[in-house]
Design a protein around this ligand. Structure first.
Ligand SMILES: NC(=O)c1ccc[n+]([C@@H]2O[C@H](COP(=O)([O-])OP(=O)(O)OC[C@H]3O[C@@H](n4cnc5c(N)ncnc54)[C@H](O)[C@@H]3O)[C@@H](O)[C@H]2O)c1
Length: 248
């Protein structure tokens, strides 16, 4: 199978989009390590995956804590089989006008969506660049490409994640490590369902396909970037969004 002999680290794998990424990569032969702050959620995914005969485990990770990221890095970087794939998929937001945001809120949004993923990527970079075909896949958002009213800090963090993707792709290209980014539109997950009904209805009405996406539709794009055969594609941000935005 295409991911046999590889460990894939998937942050946010306890829920939504990245839960489906966990199953997509594990069914393709990867040993998957979930890094998530939601330990009961992670344990449920691990149990479900193991019942299917898949190799999935969970290690606690809180992207708002430098010490937690450091401990997670130590726990996974010398694993056998080695880490070849990092999916920075955990994310968080709450819809609120920018003028009403607090410093704590802004710090939390930036930590989970941008600075935490940067710290974790740096912690795992030595192993990801050690042999060809290291793959880093970041999950940003269309909000980071075109903005989203009520999600200004989140948009800034995701826009930063897209720029991080492009610059890091340049730095690590000589190791044949690729760094790419998936930008979901509205996807039917717990995160999306937590947003106000009016906000959700307005976005879905703007989608040419007139529906929210499914987590597996994002997992398919993550799988594409992560696979060893995706050898000449790096530094790219691609939207998977039913046509919501069409960025040239
Ligand atoms: N659902 C959408 O409409 C949508 C749209 C655009 C982008 N995204 C992005 O897709 C990714 C997945 O989102 P989702 O919709 O599946 O959300 P979700 O809430 O279902 O899952 C997010 C996961 O991240 C984890 N997480 C949150 N804070 C964390 C922390 N401090 N440390 C470690 N893990 C933490 C949660 O426990 C959860 O398991 C996120 O990066 C999100 O920003 C989602």
């Amino acid at each position: 199978m295409e991911f046999s002999g590889q460990t894939a680290v998937v942050t946010g794998g306890a829920s939504g989009i990245c839960r489906m990424v966990v199953f997509r990569l594990a069914r393709a032969g990867a040993d998957v390590v979930i890094g998530d702050v939601d330990q009961p959620g992670s344990a449920a995914v691990v149990a479900e995956a193991r019942a299917e005969g898949l190799s999935v485990e969970a290690v606690a990770l809180d992207l708002t804590s430098g010490a937690s990221i450091e401990a997670f890095g130590v726990a996974v970087r010398d694993r056998k089989p080695p880490v070849r794939v990092l999916v920075n998929g955990a994310g968080w937001d709450s819809v609120v006008p920018f003028r009403d945001t607090t410093p704590d809120f802004r710090e939390r949004v930036m930590a989970i969506n941008l600075t935490g993923p940067m710290h974790l990527t740096q912690a795992l970079l030595p192993v990801l660049t050690a042999t060809p075909h290291g793959r880093i896949v970041n999950i940003a958002s269309d909000a980071g490409r075109v903005g989203s009213s009520g999600e200004t800090v989140y948009s800034a963090a995701k826009g930063g994640l897209i720029a991080f993707t492009k610059s890091l792709a340049r730095e690590v290209a000589r190791f044949e490590t690729s760094v790419n980014c998936v930008c979901p539109g509205p996807i039917d997950t717990p995160l999306f369902r937590r947003q106000p009904e009016a906000f959700r209805a307005k976005i879905i009405a703007s989608v040419p396909q007139r529906r929210a996406g499914k987590p597996e539709e994002i997992a398919e794009m993550v799988w594409f970037f992560a696979r060893p055969q995706s050898t000449y594609i790096t530094g790219q941000a691609i939207s998977v969004n039913g046509g919501l935005t069409m960025v040239g």
